[in-house]
Ligand binder design. Structure first.
Ligand code: PEP
Ligand code: MG
Length: 595
């Protein structure tokens, strides 16, 4: 809860929301490159000349670019058209604007980006508020060259950090997928942000990559400095600034204890998730990128339950061609051998934009142009992806999953595109697997009220609790201000989950849960008791889940689920889960303890 966040007495430990477990110590790198907002942070007095130097370097670079462009435009279009570029150069040479920016850096001790942004805002404000369209247009022109300087500062930073090999704790305003993928995984120690949601896509990605992550610390960037050493405890949601020797010793102790727990569950990794009564529960892996494939042993999973293909698109600068996609999907299928691989069609939009696919600005993106809605409107996108998927289907055990389905018509439409693509491929002589099951994500609540009809139309279902909770409770999964209302333990959510499992069982269709809450071992136990066949989770949670599931019989899990369903409030459900969790942890340390 936002109100609960506090700062420890020495003001060095900032409390936020725990997003992904793990401990890390290292220097901060504030992400400021091209992520929409212009981050602001304080600079120390001795860093002021450095910031002014960065500003001067960016100004020089922009002046050079403008000169080159001016010469080119003069050549290609004539001197008249090139004149605007020389005006832009002159604007940047105006000593009073430069003095203003330098003064802002010096007096308010902020970074160069923030100071340039302040100048841009003041130019827009002063000239934009005067009467007349021409004056307002002029305001845009005057601010324009300074926007280039801002871009240059952001861009340069990006280049510099990419040149280094240092491992860093990334700090940013908002936890987005772009922040989490800002540097190669091996260079990131942890991620800390001011804003974001525990079940946002950025959070999902951080967990999947095994990155300790803390969010919800107001004015975090104001308290950090570039390269400042910090200690991050992702499990506790704590960030310690400039940790002392004593802090580091305590941290080392906690790191050792955590490693011992991780080692204890590792023993269960190679075992199947077979419950004490012999019932087999499927534990599959969620995969975000090809890198994830290297993080787990295929033999430790029952396949991939969710591969979010959008992240493959996000790592690029343009849409991948059919051939590129085919090669990629084939690689995943071959890597997994006989194991099933569930590939989800593109789920972009909302907080997962593609840099090269501009979608219109939306007031309410979570309810907007997202997932299958885009795929059915731009059917070429869907066709290309389905072609690649179906061609790859002969190389493994492929299942196709459709995201953000809200109506039966959407399922029918998608199936008809699927049938068309399959027929066309066969006609063209491509090999296609005889049976490629098509399933839907249950994540839009409308489907809960037509479950039998959904089951008739699909081969399997997978519940996306990350979105289902957001839409059922009308709580934005990305918004830290309502994070305390985002609660998968709410009894109506449990009722919805039970309804899905019952309908799937009645129709004889496999059902699983791939939302992040399934990685909570106690919740997974509850899901098995509700009648689900399996879960799909980030690979790092596989061992713990197997341990939890092996510790109970099917009957015990059903009783546990019945007890949870009988409770009327999330608070009571949480208390029941906490009790079970304590028993589970005790059993992990002393295996003879009853669970
Ligand atoms: C979900 O909504 O639970 C889900 C698995 O999909 P995503 O997090 O990608 O929206
Ligand atoms: Mg979803």
């Amino acid at each position: 809860m936002l109100a609960d966040r506090s700062i420890a007495p020495q003001n060095r430990t900032l409390k936020g929301v725990a997003v992904a477990p793990g401990l890390a110590v290292g220097p901060v790198h504030i992400v400021r490159a091209g992520l929409g907002e212009v981050p602001t942070w304080f600079v120390r007095e001795d860093e002021v000349p450095l910031e002014i130097g960065r500003l001067a370097a960016a100004l020089n670079s922009v002046a050079e670019v403008l000169s080159t462009q001016e010469a080119r435009v003069a050549r290609e279009a004539g001197a008249k058209d090139a004149a605007i570029l020389s005006v832009h150069r002159a604007i940047l040479e105006d000593p009073s604007a430069l003095r203003d920016v330098e003064r802002t850096i010096r007096d308010t001790r902020v970074n160069a980006e923030a100071a340039v942004q302040k100048l841009i805002e003041s130019l827009e404000h002063t000239l934009g508020s005067l009467d007349g369209n021409n004056v307002r247009g002029y305001a845009a022109d005057v601010a324009d060259p300074w926007r280039r300087v801002l871009d240059m500062l952001l861009h340069r930073d990006r280049e510099e950090v990419h040149k280094s090999a240092e491992r860093v704790v990334l700090a940013a305003t908002e936890l987005t997928p772009q922040v989490v993928t800002y540097l190669p995984r091996e260079r990131i120690l942890a991620v800390v942000c001011e804003k974001g949601g525990r079940f946002s896509h950025g959070a999902v990605l951080a967990r999947s990559l095994g990155l300790p992550c803390v969010i919800g610390v107001p004015n975090l960037l104001g308290r950090l400095e570039q390269h400042m050493p910090v200690a991050v405890d992702g499990g506790q949601g704590a960030i310690t600034l400039r940790p002392s020797e004593e802090d580091l010793a305590r941290f080392g102790e906690e790191q050792r204890a955590r490693r011992a727990r991780v080692d204890a569950v590792r023993g269960f990794l190679h075992q199947p998730a077979q419950m004490a009564c012999g019932r087999r529960f499927l534990v599959q892996a969620n995969v975000e990128s090809l890198l994830d494939l290297e993080t787990f042993d295929v033999a430790h999973t029952d396949g991939i339950g969710l591969l979010r293909t959008e992240f493959l698109y996000m790592e690029r600068t343009q849409f991948p061609s059919e051939e590129e996609q085919y090669r990629l999907y084939r690689r995943v299928l071959e890597h997994m051998g006989d194991q099933p691989v569930t590939l989800r069609t593109l789920d972009i939009g909302g907080d997962k934009p593609l840099p090269y696919f501009k979608t219109p600005p939306e007031h309410n993106p979570a309810l907007g142009w997202r997932g299958l809605r885009i795929s059915l409107q731009w059917t070429d996108l869907l066709r290309v992806q389905l072609c690649a998927l179906l061609r790859a289907s002969v190389h493994g055990d492929l299942r196709i999953l459709l995201p953000m389905v809200g109506t039966l018509e959407q399922i029918d439409e998608a199936r008809s595109v699927f049938d068309g693509v399959r027929a066309q491929l066969v006609e063209q002589g491509y090999g296609v697997a005889a049976d490629v099951p098509v399933g839907v994500m249950i994540e839009v609540p409308s489907l809960l009220f037509c479950l039998p009809q959904v089951m008739e139309r699909v081969d399997f279902v997978s519940v996306g609790t990350n979105d289902l909770v957001q839409y059922m409770l009308a709580v934005d999964r990305d918004n830290a201000w309502v994070a305390s209302l985002y609660e998968p333990m709410q009894p109506p959510v449990l009722a919805a989950l039970e309804a899905v499992a019952l309908a799937a069982r009645a129709a004889g269709k496999p059902c699983s849960v791939c939302g992040d809450i399934a990685s909570d071992p106690v919740f997974a136990l509850l899901l098995s008791g509700l009648g689900f066949d399996g879960v799909s989770v980030a690979p790092q949670f596989l061992g713990e889940l197997k341990f939890a599931l092996r510790s109970a019989s099917g009957d015990q899990a059903r009783t546990f689920a019945r007890d949870a369903r009988a409770l009327g409030t999330a608070k009571d459900v949480r208390a029941l889960m906490a009790e079970r969790r304590r028993a589970l942890h005790a059993a992990l340390v002393t295996p003879a303890t009853p669970v």
